[in-house]
Design a protein around this ligand. Structure first.
Ligand code: G3P
Length: 214
């Protein structure tokens, strides 16, 4: 499974990239606003750190304006993926942008039927939000399992990006269910590197080493 970082924080991206496990980055307007920096500058810096897909989200709601924004973003850097919301206009913009050779990530996806329509529109990436589905009393990971089957049934080339990842369990299940990608907040990615027995083991090894030297 590919691992993307779900952040617009350049320091976090540099750290995760230095671990050698980072395949891409997703941003959204909330994440960019949180950093309080220029959008284009931030996206360009991220593209220089990660040689993989970097999602930049449109603000427009009409298809023609999404396409115009998408054309601007994609001219910034070869790594930029245009993120559009899953609406009828978003699907229309996806079809047009993909037809122009511009890769699209359809976001705010909450149902398997939406996944089907995104795939039919030719989206390179489809982002179901598992955490927000769980918050709404639904089973986010069940939707991922069904979406993976759906894409396989018809050999769609769209890749699922499991988004709104809130826990280690979400990250693990994404991989077990065969999702192509999970986009993970830095705090959870950091937790994935750790286990208490790893720390305890290091302490014991070092103590034994010191004892043997005496
Ligand atoms: O990639 C989408 C993600 O940022 C949404 O996460 O935690 O705001 O639901 P969350």
């Amino acid at each position: 499974m590919k691992i993307f970082l779900d952040t617009a924080n350049v320091a976090e991206i540099k750290t995760a990239a230095s671990w050698g496990i980072l395949d891409g980055v997703t941003t959204n307007p909330s994440l960019v606003a949180r950093e309080g920096r220029d959008f284009k500058q931030t996206v360009l810096e991220i593209c220089e750190i990660v040689d993989g897909p970097v999602s930049a989200e449109v603000i427009s709601l009409e298809a023609d304006k999404m396409v115009a924004e998408g054309n601007v973003f994609s001219a910034w850097h070869k790594n930029v993926i245009v993120k559009v919301p899953c609406t009828p206009d978003g699907l229309k913009a996806t079809k047009i942008l993909e037809g122009q050779g511009i890769k699209v990530n359809v976001t705010l996806v909450f149902s398997v039927n939406q996944v089907l329509l995104c795939a039919k529109a030719g989206a390179s990436f489809i982002s179901p939000f598992v955490g927000r589905l769980d918050d709404a009393g639904e089973d986010g990971m069940k939707m991922i399992a069904e979406s993976v089957v759906l894409l396989k049934n018809y050999n769609y080339e769209s890749q699922i990006i499991v988004a709104s990842v809130r826990s280690l369990e979400h990250a693990k299940q994404a991989a077990i269910l065969g999702a192509h990608i999970a986009t993970i907040p830095f705090k959870i990615l950091e937790q994935m590197t750790k286990h208490p027995l790893t720390d305890a083991g290091i302490t014991k090894f070092l103590a034994d080493w010191e004892k043997a030297k005496k």
